[in-house]
Each structure stands twice: as C-alpha cells, then as structure tokens.
Design a protein around this ligand. Structure first.
Ligand code: 5AD
Ligand code: SF4
Length: 476
C-alpha cells in the first residue's frame, strides 16, 4: 500500500478527528505513542480527553509475551464490538504486534480499520486518513525505516522524556521476538541525539531516559540508518561519549539509560556514570536467570560470574547505585534447583527491583522449538516466589533509607491522594511527600524519608543540599 513517508502530503480527509492512544509494553512503546500523538496533532487532529470521547482509538501493541498480545487483542476486540454504539469510530493498531503480523493483522482482528508497524510510524496519519475516507481497512507495516524527523517529535513533553538512541537489536537471545520485530541495530548520531535533548530541555524537560533494546551496543554497529537517511549519517561514538554530550545540555538534571547488558559495563562506562553529575545512580540490567546452563540456553552471552563482576565494577565506581532487573521463570528445561540458583543469586546481588516474567514461547524464536515444559502452575509458583522475595528485599532496602534526605525530582500531585505530591529519587524510587509553597513539577527538592513501604517512600520536604543516597553507607 502506498504511503507518504515524507509526512507532508495532502491528507485524504481534513476534518479534525479526536484520537486516543492506549499503550501496552515497554518504554519504547510509550515513546512511540508520544511520537504518534505529536504526528497526529501536526496533521490537525486533536487528543480526546478520554477514550470514550475519541473518534479514533489506537492500540499500541506489544509482542514480547503471548499475554501482552492477548491483552491487545482483547482490548481491540472490545473497542471493535463497541463501534456499533459509536457510528464513525475507527479502531487501529500500531506497534510490535502490527509489525510482527504485517497486513495479516487485519484478517486476524476482524473489524480493525487500520494498522501501522513500528517501522512505519511516519505513515500513521495517512493510513488513518485513508481508513477514515472509507476506503476499507488500511495497513502499513513495510520492512523499512522511518526518516529522521518523524521519530523525534514529542507530544507535550512533561518533565521526563524518552529518547531513542539505538533502534533494533543485534543480539539473538533465544526467547526474544524483538530482533524479528524491530530489526537490525542502528545508532543515531551523537549530534542528532543532542539536538533532540536540547529541544526537550527548552520545552521544560529535566530528565531524559536514553532508550535502546540493548543500549550498551550504542555506537558499535551500523552507525547509519540502513535506509541511508542522510541526517542519521555521521560519526557515532560509544555510550560514555554520548552520556558526556547529553550531560552538557543545559537544563537536563538527570539522565538514565536502559536496558543494559553486562558486557557493556566496562570501566569507561562506570567512570562516566561516576563522574557525570546528571547521570543517575541507577541501572536496569536484565539478568534473566542466575543459572549458567539456562543463561547459555538463552544465548545471553554471559555467565552468572560475568554478571557478578559487572555489578562489582559498577558498585566500586558508583557507591549506592540501584540495580533493577528482569527475570524469566520456567524457561524450557529449567529445573526447580536451577530456579533456586536464580533465587540465591538475586539475593546475593540485592536487586532494588525486579520484573519477573513467566516464559512465553514466541513464534519464530529458537526457544519456541523446544518444549515449553514447565506446567503453568509451576511457572506461577516460581513467579510468585520471586515476587515475594523481591518485596521483602525492597522493604529492607527502603527501611534503611528512613531518616535520610534524598533528592527528588518533583512530578506533581499524587494520582492516589491529591493532598500529596510525588517525585522520584535519583535511584528511581517513588517518594510521596506533603506539598510546600512554591513546589512545581520539575523542581528538585530534598525529602527526609519518614516511612517506607516496599514500593514507595514517604517523607517531608527538608532544606539543604540533597545527599547522594546510598544504602551501603558510603557517599559518592
Ligand atoms: N517470555 C517471557 N519473558 C520474555 N521477555 C522477553 N521475551 C520473553 C519471553 N518470550 C522478558 C525479558 C526481557 C523483558 C523485556 O521481557 O525478561 O528483558
Ligand atoms: Fe517493547 Fe519489546 Fe514489547 Fe516491542 S516487543 S513493545 S520492543 S517490549
């Protein structure tokens, strides 16, 4: 199907449509939903205040686990069923599932009006407008890449923004569908990224999270866009150089990056994290398993000992760094004893937080050729065991922070209690506090921690300079 990748052609329908985007999946999807909203606004459409008021509802889908796809299918089904009561409403899909299935998604999800894949975000307004003009279901999931401009716009940025620095993934983890969906890696140039971060800072953003599937590969492979997009061409340096350049952008108080890989935790990165004031003391470093046999089966490219050494290096350079992780339970052939190894290893590392996933075979991945042999009940048990362990760890780590003053980047009024405000510490912990005069989203305050729950800290705003938080008792 033809599209207008330049993003400047005449829309087929010019009246304003109110849109709503429902996002599933990762931070990269959140970023894409923002970019899609900005794109639709530039085409004259307007965000709806609520889903029920929208003329067009778009579901940004995730393919990483079967359950994520089931959720998106369920949501699309409900929206499509609801169309009978809302004449003229359009329902569309974007994201990884649309990319993975291609045009077949229009057959798999009867009643779907349009679909755009992750590689074709720039075509969204045209695909939507074609569907709106009544030309039947439309899709654009071709296997090429967007030009530079279309991926960079943000939709009313708040105080925090996601910035893609590396697209695709060259790793071949046995269980993962992402390389199929998001394609080969390519890094944006340092100047390209810095230009975007400067624009975000000028719009009031104080914190950026630099995103890539395996962000430590930044600058290593395919420094140019495979499409030959001229603006992406140029000199690309390794991640520590990019962190230096972003650190130098005035107005950016905090920098995070995700997701990491142990092989990238080199001394130079540890040094950059220690020396650059805006780079936060937090790293999301997926472990997946603490058992060497399972790690090898997963083709993760490291052993438990490699992971341990990576953490040692980081902690030596950045005392008190918070480390969060992802774990998969019930990978094919994982025994109960191998699961226990993961448990012990998680305790040894002392993760600040962990996302636990039950293994889900994904079509086309090497692991899907092996029997998915862990019974559902056993996967549930392992999942719950790790969640309980992590809750205990969180509580102990948080309780050790009571009495300390931590720097919080203020986000605004708490969504749960309008008399309180929330922010995040540099180690990415949620902190809730009583408002004080002059408080504004984006300001940095010191909060003295008075109470700790497993997922939340509570405190009062205190004067004075913020002290770097460290549960190891050392100060960076
Ligand atoms: N099954 C379960 N979890 C998965 N993840 C990726 N693929 C799968 C799968 N097939 C998890 C990994 C990854 C996170 C984003 O999702 O833990 O780090
Ligand atoms: Fe994000 Fe991966 Fe899900 Fe795609 S498949 S939305 S990249 S988590």
């Amino acid at each position: 199907m033809r599209s207008d990748p330049a993003g400047v052609g005449n829309p087929l329908r010019t009246d304003v449509m109110k849109f709503h985007i429902k996002t599933y999946g990762c931070q990269m999807n959140e970023r894409d939903s923002n970019a899609a909203a900005a794109l639709l606004e530039r085409h004259g459409h307007a965000p709806a205040d609520a889903e029920r008021e929208a003329d067009v509802v778009i579901v940004n889908t995730c393919s990483v686990r079967g359950k994520a796809e089931d959720k998106a299918r369920g949501k699309l089904g409900l929206l499509i069923a609801g169309k009978t009561g809302r004449r003229g409403r359009l329902v569309g899909a974007m994201g990884c599932m649309a990319q993975r299935l291609g045009p077949a998604i229009l057959e798999e999800v009867p009643g779907l009006d349009f679909a755009v894949g992750t590689h074709r975000l720039a075509a969204l307004p045209f695909v939507l407008e074609r569907a709106a003009a009544g030309r039947g279901p439309a899709s654009d999931t071709a296997e090429d890449r967007p030009g530079r401009d279309k991926r960079r716009r943000h939709f009313r940025p708040g105080i925090s923004a996601f910035v893609n620095i590396l697209l695709g993934c060259n790793r071949a983890c046995s269980y993962c569908v992402v390389p199929q969906v998001r394609g080969r890696e390519w890094s944006r140039t340092v100047s390209n990224v810095v230009e975007e971060v400067r624009a975000l800072a000028a719009a009031g953003v104080r914190e950026v999270t630099l995103l890539g599937q395996s962000v430590m590969s930044y600058g290593r492979a395919n420094a140019v866009c495979p499409d030959g997009c001229p603006s992406a061409r140029g000199y690309t340096e390794p991640l520590p150089r990019l962190l230096e350049a972003v650190n130098a952008v005035a107005g950016i108080e905090r920098i995070r990056f995700a997701s990491g890989h142990p092989s990238g935790c080199a001394p130079e990165l540890a040094r950059a994290m220690a020396e650059l004031p805006a780079v936060c003391e937090h790293l999301h470093l997926p472990l997946q398993s603490g058992c060497d046999r399972i790690l090898a089966g997963m083709r993760r490219g490291y052993s438990a000992e490699d992971y341990r050494q990576a953490i040692r290096r980081l902690r030596a350079a950045v005392p008190g760094i918070a480390v969060t992780t992802d774990i998969i339970v019930g990978y094919p052939t994982e025994t109960a004893e191998e699961f226990e190894q993961t448990r012990r290893f998680m305790d040894e590392i002392g993760f600040d937080n962990a996302f636990i996933f039950k293994y889900s075979p994904r079509p086309g991945t090497p692991a899907a050729e092996e029997a998915d042999d862990a019974p559902a009940a056993e996967k549930r048990r392992r999942n719950q065991t790790l969640l309980d362990d992590q809750n205990r760890r969180n509580l102990a780590i948080h309780r050790a922070l009571v009495g300390r003053q931590l720097e919080a980047l203020v986000e605004g009024v708490s969504p749960r209690n309008e008399r309180r405000w929330t922010g995040r510490t540099r180690t990415n912990k949620v902190v809730v506090f009583e408002p004080v005069p002059g408080l504004a989203p984006g300001s940095l305050v010191n909060v003295e921690i008075r109470q700790a729950w497993a997922q939340t800290l509570f405190g009062v705003v205190a004067g004075g300079a913020a002290k770097p938080e460290s549960r190891h008792g050392s100060v960076a």
